[in-house]
Design a protein around this ligand. Structure first.
Ligand code: SF4
Length: 83
């Protein structure tokens, strides 16, 4: 079951800078101004963003983006984007 430990992972070396992820989930993904490769803005997206992230995962031509449960055991996860 999905919970707040869901996080965005990328294999940047496979990114072909298509921009699909930024188009589908602009609050979560951006692109590097020079290389065009993906930049993750929000590693732990809010639940209302999950559908857009899933769509970005499905649409990524390089299979760069994964959206998955954090590997750490429950309770060991870092606070979500806390300053
Ligand atoms: S959709 Fe995939 S290949 Fe395209 S910019 Fe995003 S991560 Fe890179």
């Amino acid at each position: 079951m999905r919970d707040s430990s869901m996080q965005v992972e990328t294999e940047i070396e496979r990114c072909v800078a298509s921009g699909m992820c930024t188009l589908l989930a602009p609050e979560v993904f951006d692109q590097d101004e020079v290389t065009g490769q993906v930049v993750v803005l929000v590693k732990h997206p809010a639940e209302e963003q999950w559908e857009a992230v899933d769509e970005a995962v499905r649409s990524c031509p390089g299979q760069v983006v994964r959206f998955e449960q954090a590997a750490e055991p429950a309770g060991a996860a870092e606070p979500a984007d806390a300053p």
